[in-house]
Design a protein around this ligand. Structure first.
Ligand SMILES: [Zn+2]
Length: 125
C-alpha cells in the first residue's frame, strides 16, 4: 500500500509524477496528466468509484453530525432532514470531481503494481 498516491491526489496532483493537476476546475477532471502524460482513466466506468467516496464523505462529515445534533436535542427533526438533504445535494454537486480524484489515489494505493513507471526508457524494456 502506497499512501503517497493518495497524498498526491488529496492535493489535486497526478498520482504518478506529483506535479500535474488532476482537476481542471471544481467541476471537471483532465483525462491526461499535463506533465507526464499519464492517462487517469484506467477503464470504462473507472471513475464511478468516485460515487462511494462521495457517499462516504457526505455520510461521515454531514449526515452523521446532523443526526448527532438531533439526538442531543440541538436540532429539530425538520431542520435535520432539510439540512441533510440540501447539504448532500450541494456536496455531491460541488465535490464529485474531487471525489473522483480521491478515488484515483485510493485505487493506486491498493493497486500500486499497476502504476506505470515514470522513466520512459524503462517502459520500453
Ligand atoms: Zn503526472
Amino acid at each position: 500500500m502506497k499512501l503517497l498516491y493518495l497524498k498526491r491526489t488529496c492535493q489535486n496532483r497526478c498520482p504518478r509524477c506529483g506535479k500535474g493537476k488532476v482537476l481542471k476546475d471544481i467541476f471537471s477532471r483532465r483525462d491526461f496528466c499535463n506533465v507526464c502524460e499519464f492517462e487517469f482513466n484506467r477503464e470504462n466506468g473507472f471513475f464511478l468509484g468516485g460515487i462511494p467516496v462521495s457517499y462516504t464523505l457526505i455520510c461521515t462529515f454531514w449526515i452523521v453530525p446532523w443526526l448527532i445534533a438531533y439526538f442531543f436535542g440541538w436540532a429539530t427533526v425538520l431542520m435535520t432532514i432539510i439540512c441533510s438533504i440540501l447539504g448532500s445535494v450541494a456536496f455531491t454537486y460541488l465535490g464529485y470531481a474531487y471525489c473522483q480524484c480521491l478515488w484515483l489515489g485510493l485505487y493506486f494505493c491498493f493497486a500500486n503494481n499497476e502504476m506505470p513507471v515514470l522513466d520512459s526508457t524503462a517502459e520500453n524494456e
